[in-house]
Design a protein around this ligand. Structure first.
Ligand SMILES: Nc1ncnc2c1ncn2[C@@H]1O[C@H](COP(=O)(O)OP(=O)(O)OP(=O)(O)O)[C@@H](O)[C@H]1O
Ligand SMILES: C[C@H](N)[C@@H](CCCCCC(=O)O)NC(=O)O
Ligand SMILES: [Mg+2]
Length: 239
């Protein structure tokens, strides 16, 4: 596996990969020896570049890295579908070999590469190619972002199990967005994922309230996320 990067995947779409990827990139840049951190979203769907909801936009502003939004996402398709079909609906296709080349180039030209998938591991991106195939070609170890509450053990262990069949290393699981830190299910979920998935749970992150009438203060938000990472995640295992 390549120790110069991480592939952020999840048990599903909308679980928190973008938040975690942006915050991890900011954290690694400021707290590790890695100066030149690169963020990459190989394929994104359901948005256009410049849309404040686009992952490329949120990764850029969330991380504060010195990149262009266009450079963060290689392929962007407006239909909110799995990337393979989102491309087909536009009469286009995603060239898997372009993504592999791009990933290898980014790994070579940066100190540390954080890649965000789309949805979970078996999301199609090209004919017979999934997100897991891309992580596998690039030999990037995974972080699996999972929901914190009831139902997550099954989804998380299935994702871990599939990662193993693909020869992928799972560095750890992050449980994102719990509402009540004292919920006994939260603690039990960690125990069960570690026992049955046989991977470490790097930590659990609470649901944050970012509501702000003046719009998003990205600097404050980034700081809040970095504090969360520092306080709640055990990142020793990542490096
Ligand atoms: N811990 C959290 N606290 C508050 N809001 C959160 C948290 N985690 C995620 N969110 C919000 O939940 C929504 C989904 O998160 P996010 O976009 O990061 O998911 P994703 O896994 O990247 O989805 P996709 O598969 O589309 O890339 C976003 O609006 C995000 O801001
Ligand atoms: C539209 C979503 N937000 C996401 C694609 C999710 C595909 C999920 C497919 C599935 O598992 O059924 N796109 C993206 O991460 O860019
Ligand atoms: Mg995302």
């Amino acid at each position: 596996m390549n120790n110069k990067g991480l592939f952020i995947t999840a048990t599903d779409t909308d679980v928190g990969k973008t938040e975690v990827a942006a915050a991890l990139a900011a954290f690694i840049k400021s707290k590790s020896e890695h100066e030149n951190v690169n963020l990459w979203k190989p394929v994104q769907s359901g948005v256009i570049i410049g849309d404040p909801n686009a992952d490329s936009y949120r990764l850029l502003h969330g991380s504060g890295l010195d990149q262009q939004e266009k450079d963060i996402a290689t392929y962007t398709f407006p239909k909110p579908l799995a990337p393979w079909v989102a491309a087909k609906r536009e009469g286009k296709e995603i060239d898997f070999s372009v993504l592999v080349e791009e990933g290898l180039k980014r790994l070579e030209n940066s100190d540390f590469l954080i890649t965000e998938g789309a949805g979970g591991l078996i999301v199609p991106i090209a004919e017979n190619k999934t997100i897991a195939d891309l992580a596998s070609e690039l030999k990037l170890p995974l972080i699996i972002v999972a929901r914190a509450g009831l139902g997550t053990v099954n989804h998380t262990c299935l994702s871990i199990s599939y990662a193993r069949t693909m020869g992928l290393e799972v560095k750890g699981v992050i449980l994102n967005g719990y509402l009540n830190g004292n919920d006994p299910a939260l603690k039990e979920n960690i125990t069960m994922i570690e026992n049955f998935g046989r991977v470490p749970v790097l930590g659990k992150l609470p649901w944050l309230d970012f509501e702000n009438e003046q719009g998003i203060d990205w600097t404050a938000r980034r700081q809040q996320w970095m504090n969360l990472i520092e306080k709640h995640l055990d990142l020793k295992l990542l490096f």
